[in-house]
Ligand binder design. Structure first.
Ligand SMILES: Cc1cc2nc3c(=O)[nH]c(=O)nc-3n(C[C@H](O)[C@H](O)[C@H](O)COP(=O)(O)O)c2cc1C
Length: 245
């Protein structure tokens, strides 16, 4: 174990922040750390929009389901999968515009997720905290309108960053034995792995510092995937010129 690994294992999302600002210099260093992530074929299909205007933040907080930390966080960023530069590269080199291939959509989405995770980890290594905001996909078109995002660009998630008021209890993950498999996928262990983890998470939900409840990981997850189906996403992405073939 080294300092980097210890920082990774200390991750817990933070949603309450002090009023202390994050300097622009620090933010730019965090973004540089984000950009250092690997990129599929080096396409770097990413853009990050820093939202400073309170009115824009309020509208995003509301569409994300009333997430007040979007307004209160010292920094709020929207992470976008961005194929505009790649598209330009194709046109510039006489190969025609991009036409919505699924693989390009996946590559861009993976690229921005890697950037964002690096940003959060770098922030946490400085004692900052943060949380991803997938809730922006409740109304991605409104986010595009507010941020004037062009076609070939879509907002994947937001992120709040700031100095955390307190440290949240760490959420236990599945045991490594459930996640790390050898040579072939072992379908027979899925049910027992979820059943065992449910017991562990039930104890966690009942005893954690705040928002205690009687629940399990499977109950939580089954509920979440019903609630967050976001049936508008396919049409939204296709209207952006993505996921067309
Ligand atoms: C892509 C993504 C979207 C998320 N969206 C939200 C969100 O909209 N609001 C929120 O409070 N947390 C959000 N989270 C945070 C998760 O709820 C959190 O990471 C998870 O419960 C595990 O807790 P931990 O990060 O404290 O370990 C999101 C996380 C990810 C990776």
């Amino acid at each position: 174990m080294n300092a980097v690994m210890e920082a990774m294992l200390k991750h817990a999302s933070a949603r309450q922040f002090t009023e202390q600002v994050i300097s622009q210099e620090t933010l730019e260093s965090l973004i540089r750390c984000g950009q250092a992530a690997a990129s599929s074929s080096f396409i770097q299909a990413v853009s990050v929009i820093q939202i400073t205007q309170t009115e824009t933040r309020s509208q995003i907080a509301e569409l994300a389901g009333g997430q007040t930390w979007v307004v209160n966080a010292p920094v709020f960023l929207v992470f976008c999968a961005d194929l505009q530069r790649v598209n330009y590269a194709c046109v510039k080199n006489g190969l025609g515009a991009l036409d919505g291939h699924t693989e390009h959509f996946i590559a861009a989405t993976v690229d921005i997720a890697l950037v964002a995770q690096n940003v959060l980890l770098a922030a946490e290594s400085l004692g900052l905290g943060g949380v991803f905001i997938g809730g922006i996909r409740n109304n991605p078109q409104l986010v595009c309108d507010l941020l004037k995002l062009p076609e070939q660009v879509y907002p994947v998630f937001g992120m709040c960053l700031g100095w955390p008021v307190h440290t949240n209890t760490l959420k236990p993950r599945f045991p490594v034995q459930s996640i790390l498999q050898t040579d072939q996928y072992d379908l027979s262990q899925v049910a027992s792995s979820v059943d065992d983890y449910d017991q562990q998470m039930q104890a966690y939900y009942q005893t954690r510092g705040s928002n205690q409840r009687l629940s399990t990981w499977s109950a939580q997850t089954a509920g979440a995937v019903q609630k967050k189906q976001r049936a508008h996403m396919l049409k939204f992405l296709q209207a952006r010129g993505l996921l067309l073939r």
